[in-house]
Design a protein around this ligand. Structure first.
Ligand code: FAD
Length: 447
C-alpha cells in the first residue's frame, strides 16, 4: 500500500512591520544566510521574498520585534491542519531533528563562567582578578558558578586568592611542564579542561600571554573570540554581549557568538574595576592532570631574559594621578612642564599616540586603544583633542580635567572639569598653586 505523502510544514517569509524598525545597524541583514535582505537609505531592511527561506534568523535577532513571519492563506490552512493532527496525536513532523533543536541541545551542555588566572612564577596578573569581578556579574545573570582556571607549577595558592576575589570553584592543573608559559602546553591543558567541563563563557586578560593563549584556544575549539572587550553583559538568550571599538575605534560594536561554545572574550588590564577581596572566602578545587609529555613539546625555554632596564619602567596603568600630553605640547622638551606637575601630585606622565608618533614619549606611556587603559583618580589631559581611540583608554578615570585651547575639542565631552586656554600658561600655574598649597600646609612634624 502506498504510504500517504507527508505534508511539509510551511516556513513562511519574513516581513517588515511598518514603523517598528529602529535602524539598529543591519543586524537582520548580517544574520540572513541567503542574502535576502538589503538595506534602504534609512537603514531599514528590504526583504526579498523570492530569496527568503523562512529560517526566522532575522525575526529572532531584531531588537525591536519589527520583523514577523508572513504566511499565505493556503499556508495558514496547512498549519491549521497540522496543528489539529498534532493535537489528535498524529506523529509530529520530526522537528526535534531540526537545526534549531540540535543547536539548543548543543548549547544546553555548557555551563558556568570561567576566568583564566594568568601567572608568572606564581605571581598573578591583576587583570585576572579584575575579570573575576565582571565574571561574577555574568555568572549571577546566567545563574551559574564563577570558576577560576589555574595552570602552572606550585600554583595552588592562587586558587585561594581566586576564591577571595569571588570564584566558587577552581580548576587546577599543577605540573612542572607548565612552569614556564608555552603555547603548546597551556593550550593542551586549557582545552582538555574545556572539553571535559564545558564552560559557557571563558574570559582571559588581553595581555601578551592571554592574547596568545586565547587565540590558540578559540582556534582549537572552533569557537568565537572577541579580543580587547571594553564591556561585557548577557542577554535573555544567554548570549555574551561583547562590546569593543571597531572600524579603527570609530564605532562601538557589540558582538555575540550564537552557535559555538564556549563564548570567549579577552579584556585589557584596568578596563574592569578591581573587585573587593574577601580573605575568608572559600571554594572547591578540582584537580586535573595534563597528558602531554615534555618530549612531545617542541618549544623549550632555555633562559628568561628580563627586559627591565631597557624599557620605560613607569606603570601608567597602576597610577592614581596622570598628567597626559598630546600634540598640543609641540615638542619633547615641553613635556618637562607636565613632569613638574606630575611630581607635585605624586603622579606620572602619559601621552596620546601623536606624542609617541612624534618621538616625544615612549610607547609604554601611550594611553588608548593601541596603548594602555588607565583608570586613575585624576587624569589631566593637556593639549589632547580627545579622539575616540584615546578616550577608550581613559574615560573610566574617576575625574578628568581637560586643558585645551579649542572649546569644541571632544575631550571636553568626557571631562569633569574643562579649562579652555593655553596649556603653556595653565599647567605651570596649576603646578605653582599646588606647590604653594603644600608649603602652606607644611611638612608634618614627627613627634
Ligand atoms: P591632536 O588631535 O592633533 O590634538 C591636539 C590638541 O591640542 C588639539 O585639540 C588642540 O586644540 C590642542 N592644543 C594645541 N596647542 C595647545 C595649547 N597651546 N594649549 C592647549 N591646547 C592646545 N590615539 C591615542 O591617543 N591612543 C591610541 O591608542 C590610539 N590608537 C589609535 C588606533 C587607530 C587604529 C587609529 C586609526 C588611531 C589611533 N590613535 C590613538 C590616534 C587618534 O586617532 C588621534 O590621532 C590622536 O589621539 C590625536 O592625538 P592628540 O589629541 O595628541 O593630537
Amino acid at each position: 500500500m502506498e504510504k500517504p505523502k507527508k505534508v511539509k510544514k510551511p516556513r513562511g517569509k519574513a516581513s517588515l512591520i511598518p514603523n517598528k524598525c529602529i535602524a539598529c545597524g543591519a543586524r537582520c541583514q548580517s544574520s540572513c544566510p541567503t542574502e535576502a535582505i538589503e538595506m534602504d537609505e534609512k537603514g531599514e531592511p528590504i526583504i526579498l521574498a523570492d530569496k527568503c527561506i523562512g529560517c526566522q534568523k532575522c525575526v529572532k535577532i531584531c531588537p525591536s520585534e519589527a520583523i514577523e513571519m508572513f504566511f499565505t492563506p493556503e499556508e495558514l490552512e496547512i498549519l491549521k491542519q497540522l496543528g489539529a493532527e498534532k493535537a489528535a496525536g498524529a506523529p509530529a513532523e520530526a522537528e526535534e531533528d531540526s537545526e534549531e533543536a540540535k543547536l539548543k541541545k548543543f548549547l544546553a551542555q555548557f555551563h558556568n563562567v570561567w576566568v583564566f588566572v594568568e601567572q608568572t612564577d606564581c605571581t598573578p596578573a591583576k587583570v585576572s582578578w579584575e575579570l573575576l569581578g565582571v565574571g561574577a556579574q555574568l555568572a549571577s545573570a546566567l545563574k551559574v558558578e564563577l570558576c577560576a582556571v589555574v595552570l602552572g607549577h606550585n600554583v595552588e595558592k592562587l586558587c585561594q586568592e581566586a576564591f577571595a576575589y569571588g570564584a566558587s570553584k577552581a580548576y587546577l592543573i599543577d605540573d612542572a611542564i607548565l612552569h614556564d608559559y608555552r603555547t603548546a602546553t597551556y593550550l593542551e591543558a586549557f582545552c582538555s579542561l574545556v572539553e571535559k567541563h564545558r564552560p559557557e563563557v571563558v574570559l582571559m586578560g588581553a595581555t601578551g600571554l592571554g592574547r596568545d593563549l586565547a587565540g590558540a584556544v578559540a582556534t582549537r575549539l572552533r569557537t568565537g573570540l572577541t579580543a580587547d572587550c571594553t564591556g561585557l553583559g548577557v542577554d535573555d538568550k544567554r548570549q555574551l554581549l561583547q562590546t569593543r571599538p571597531a572600524f579603527g575605534g570609530n564605532i562601538m560594536a557589540t558582538i555575540f557568538c550564537e552557535q559555538r561554545r564556549p563564548q570567549m572574550a579577552s579584556v585589557r588590564p584596568h578596563v574592569m574595576p578591581m573587585p573587593a577581596k574577601n580573605e575568608s572566602a572559600t571554594g572547591k578545587i578540582i584537580r586535573e592532570t595534563i597528558s602531554i609529555k615534555e618530549e612531545d613539546v617542541l618549544t623549550k625555554v632555555l633562559e628568561i631574559i628580563s627586559d627591565a632596564g631597557h624599557m620605560d619602567t613607569v606603570d601608567i596603568g597602576g597610577a592614581e594621578f596622570i598628567v597626559s600630553g598630546g600634540r598640543g605640547l609641540m615638542s619633547k622638551d615641553n613635556f618637562k612642564i607636565l613632569q613638574d606637575l606630575a611630581e607635585e601630585l605624586g603622579g606620572v606622565v602619559a601621552c596620546s599616540r601623536s606624542a609617541v608618533d612624534a618621538g616625544w614619549m615612549p610607547v609604554e606611556r601611550q594611553v588608548g586603544q593601541t596603548g594602555k587603559t588607565v583608570r586613575p583618580k585624576i587624569y589631566i589631559a593637556c593639549g589632547i583633542s580627545g579622539a575616540i581611540q584615546h578616550l577608550v583608554g581613559m574615560q573610566d578615570s574617576d575625574l578628568v580635567i581637560a586643558i585645551n585651547r579649542d572649546r569644541e575639542a571632544p575631550i571636553f565631552e568626557v571631562a569633569t572639569f574643562g579649562i579652555v586656554g593655553d596649556l603653556f600658561q595653565i599647567v605651570p600655574a596649576i603646578t605653582e598653586h599646588v606647590r604653594q598649597m603644600k608649603a602652606q600646609r607644611g611638612t608634618p612634624k614627627v613627634c
